[in-house]
Design a protein around this ligand. Structure first.
Ligand code: BG6
Length: 483
């Protein structure tokens, strides 16, 4: 078995792919014969690439994981072939290195961790060099286009050489343990599902906030903005997982069939509704993690109209979710790094405790993806003590205690799951073409709406929860964001 990695000297490869592959190898989860052929433009040889990979592991993994024999055995799996993907002739040398390792093509998986502008020439080069055989799998990293049209163009290019069943589109959120835990929670327990609909749920909130700014990725980010960088992919996938019907089985077709139905049921937000249903912001000067930080325009080096924050009120127009708003927000330079899904249940229909018991707060199920994964259910409980006027109630958390329950299990990088599945050929946690296209359809309408309504980002100070209009977006419905 051979894994061929393009973009092997890039940031993603060094931060995520190599440490993940090492983690899998060290735990004995990779096929014993797996070879990794790394390629990029830099004119290195295998020894120099192994040095680079060793340094990447040392930088991105805890020292106690770096057992010297395991590191040496891992580096030994690596071969490096320099390649300029825009030069068709260069693929001959690559094929000469790969073919002896993966003679049938069924035992070859390819990971494109490059700029999308290289997808076309790379695929053409692979085909011409005979490296796109009938069993070969191809994994692609985002951005898969910047709108529906460009995403279709990329998908068409890929489809000409790799059928859908062998195309693995990565959304790294699907590799996160807690995202998969959402499925376990919903479909491994009888407790929640009977309430999981408009009759039991008042609204859903999804927050993915980051404290970082654009961190040297300004050029890419400025061309995308928060809507396309985070909502189009990760956040809509979270919506799909929260809202999907129970699939018949946990397999690629059943799960993705149900997700795409949700994505196609999203009520379009267009020119008529965009002002009521969306808020966009851009960070100005402010503070992050106790330090003074500069505005987006300063980070970028020029003024820009790209949003670094977006909040949306989304509806899933089907029987289950009729009338249940999904509030989404994401942004850079917010006060905390926090990814959370909150399911806010409906209030009890009638309080038997009168006014002395205190306000009865509706139950909330909070699924925290990061920084510390956890699942917490808030319930009303009696305050201990005697009170002449009757029972006093208080909201207390029922902590599912994921960190303690699984304290002995190492938390894995999302890419470990995804790389393992790519090598095994299981696409369940990868995004199918119809999903990506439904996601872009929804996003394109919002962007067209912003343009038609002349909406531009409102300023917010770095280190705050976005423009105040984002607070008004939910407060109008009598709902507060859970910070
Ligand atoms: C990426 C975005 O897809 O996800 C980044 O391009 C963002 O802008 C990142 O920072 C967030 O991922 P995570 O796993 O840190 O939540």
């Amino acid at each position: 078995m051979t894994l061929l990695v393009f973009g092997a000297t890039g940031d993603l490869c060094q931060r995520m792919v190599l440490p993940s592959l090492f983690g899998l190898a060290a735990d004995g989860l990779l096929p014993a014969d797996l070879r990794i052929v790394a390629t990029a433009r830099s004119r290195l040889d295998t020894a120099a690439y192994r040095d680079l990979a060793g340094r990447a592991l040392a930088e991105h993994l805890d020292a106690d994981r770096l057992v010297p024999t395991a590191v040496a055995a891992f580096l030994d799996r690596l071969t490096y072939v320099p390649l300029d993907a825009t030069d068709p002739a260069a693929f001959g040398a690559l094929a000469a290195a790969v073919r002896p390792l993966a003679p049938s093509g069924d035992d070859l998986a390819i990971f494109l961790s490059t700029a999308p502008s290289l997808f076309g020439p790379t695929i053409a080069g692979l085909v011409a060099a005979g490296l796109a055989g009938p069993g070969t799998r191809l994994a692609l990293e985002k951005p898969l286009g910047a709108d529906l049209a460009s995403s279709r163009a990329i998908n068409d290019q890929v489809a000409a050489a790799f059928p859908e069943a062998r195309t693995f589109r990565i959304d790294h959120y699907l590799g996160k343990e807690t995202v998969q835990n959402l499925l376990a929670l919903r479909f491994g327990n009888a407790l929640f599902e009977p309430l999981w609909h408009t009759g039991g749920i008042d609204h859903v909130q999804i927050t993915v906030s980051e404290t970082i700014g654009v961190e040297g990725r300004g050029e890419y980010y400025d061309g995308m903005g928060a809507l396309r960088d985070m909502v189009q992919n990760h956040m809509l996938q979270l919506v799909a997982l929260v809202a999907m019907e129970p699939p018949a089985r946990f397999d690629a077709t059943s799960v993705r069939d149900e997700k795409v139905k949700v994505l196609r049921s999203l009520r379009p937000i267009d020119a008529a509704t965009v002002e009521a249903c969306s808020v966009v912001g851009q960070y100005g000067d402010g503070a992050a993690s106790g330090a003074v930080v500069a505005s987006y325009a300063t980070d970028l080096g020029h003024a820009s109209r790209t949003e670094t924050f977006v909040a949306l009120k989304v509806h899933v127009d089907n029987w289950r979710w009729k009338g249940v708003p999904f509030y989404l927000r994401t942004g850079k330079r917010l006060p905390a790094r926090q990814s959370e899904i909150t399911i806010a249940f409906k209030a009890v229909p009638h309080s038997i405790f009168g006014t002395t018991g205190g306000a009865l707060r509706p139950n909330r199920l909070v699924i925290r993806l990061q920084p510390h994964e956890n699942i917490r259910l808030s319930i009303m409980a009696k305050e201990p003590g005697l009170d002449r006027d009757g029972l006093r109630l208080r909201e207390v958390p029922l902590d599912i205690g994921v960190p303690n329950a699984f304290a002995d299990v190492r938390r894995r990088i999302a890419y470990e799951r995804l790389l393992l599945d790519l090598i095994a050929g299981d696409p369940t946690l990868f995004v199918r073409r119809d999903e990506v296209e439904a996601q872009w359809t929804f996003i394109d309408a919002i962007r067209a709406g912003w343009q038609a309504a002349g909406m531009t980002p409102r300023p917010y100070a770095a280190g705050t929860w976005g423009p105040s209009a984002a607070i008004a977006l939910t407060e109008r419905d009598g709902v507060s964001w859970y910070d």
